[in-house]
Design a protein around this ligand. Structure first.
Ligand code: UD1
Length: 341
């Protein structure tokens, strides 16, 4: 019998790509999303790509009673929990919004999994938990630093909750995936990242500037202690990232996890600078991106990239798409959204 997976926050950027890969791997999926930061276009794109009428339930995971009805209705054994707010800056201005939403929804998922006897959960964590790391690349054993934003703190707290409950409760297994910087889009250009308002992240800002939606990209800082003076990040293709979720779920479904709770970095293992990424985008797509050097952005770490050995060896997962392919897909998606030929 086919295994079913609940994808909470499945209408969003990473959730949509993950749903496509779950279906390709033979899973049934039910998507739950409150559409607070997404519309139905992603779900429709997923249905078009897969040819499957993936069930969608509009529900807020913070509303436990409403959320429980989903557990009554669908017999999934595994959950991938994406549903969360993710704007770093906003979380500093309005921390309670982040604590209430991100922690309540996560605790509801875990409690309902216990009540309904469901077993496996993947939690959507972030490299932000490492802060400004003392050693590079960061391994899963690199100590986490105190979070510099409430958003980052909710990631740390949820990781800790998952560690404790998976250790304490028989039959509950969890994996936290620490994403580095997810970018790019599905090769079909039918799903991709669609930020509301002014993009806060680098690649959507680049693609929107190339498309003429934004006038000028600000490169935040060129005086960092890095080879070209701009920050270094590990940009991970969203389709590769989606596949990491499939192998994480499958590991637990097949009982191959070594501990009830495990953590994996999901990155490429390469540190790429802002200027390298920008010039790479211009080169592979043959477009110019108007940009200027601007002051450093508060809260940015100088450099971070992943040690991916554990994911390679334990999950048998590694990133496959090249940065050039990923940057091409990001532009194809932006053109699709804007109707550019
Ligand atoms: C941030 C969060 C991370 C979160 C991710 C996706 C932190 C430390 N990091 O990553 O947890 O998962 O967003 O939401 O909280 N840049 C520019 N110009 C721009 C935008 C960005 O130069 O207009 C630069 C930044 O200074 C940075 C790099 O591009 O050096 C990447 O920035 P961004 O895409 O915002 O991701 P992070 O800050 O690395």
């Amino acid at each position: 019998m086919k295994q079913m997976v609940l994808v909470s926050g499945g209408a969003g950027y990473i959730g949509c790509h993950t749903t496509v890969e779950l279906i390709a791997a033979g899973y049934d999926v039910v998507i739950a999303d409150n559409l607070s930061n997404a519309d139905m276009s992603g779900v429709e794109g997923v249905r078009q790509i897969t040819g499957v009428d993936v069930p969608f339930v509009e529900v807020d995971c913070c509303d436990k009673q409403a959320f429980a009805r989903l557990f009554e209705q669908y017999n999934f054994d595994s959950v991938i929990h994406f549903a969360a707010y993710k704007a770093v800056g906003e979380s500093v201005v309005d921390p309670m919004k982040y604590y209430r939403n991100n922690l309540t929804s996560f605790m509801n998922v875990v409690e309902l999994m216990r009540e309904y006897g469901r077993h496996n959960i993947v939690f959507s964590s972030s490299a932000t938990v490492y802060g400004e790391a003392d050693e590079l690349p960061v391994t899963e054993l690199t100590p986490r630093k105190p979070a510099t934003s409430s958003y980052g703190n909710t990631k740390q707290i949820c990781e800790d909750i998952l560690r404790d409950v998976a250790t304490a409760y028989e039959g509950l297994r969890g994996i936290s995936l620490r994403y580095f910087n997810p970018i790019g889009a599905h090769p079909s250009a039918l799903i991709g990242e669609l930020p509301r308002g002014v993009p806060q992240n680098l690649v959507p800002f680049i693609t929107q500037t190339a498309a003429g939606v934004r006038e000028c990209l600000s490169v935040f800082g060129d005086d960092y202690p890095t080879p070209d003076g701009s920050c270094l990040r590990d940009y991970i293709d969203v389709v590769d990232l989606a596949k990491a979720h499939v192998v994480a779920i499958t590991r637990m479904v097949e009982g191959k996890n070594k501990q009830p709770y495990e953590v994996f970095n999901v990155g490429t293992g390469n540190g790429v600078s802002v200027l390298e990424l920008l010039h790479g985008f211009e080169r592979v797509n043959g477009v110019k991106v108007n940009h200027k050097i601007a002051p450093r952005r508060a809260g940015d770490v100088v450099a971070i990239w992943a040690d991916t050995k554990l994911a390679n060896e334990e999950l048998g997962w590694r990133s496959e798409r090249t940065l050039d392919e990923t940057l091409r897909s990001a532009w194809e998606w932006e053109k699709h959204v804007r109707g550019i030929k």
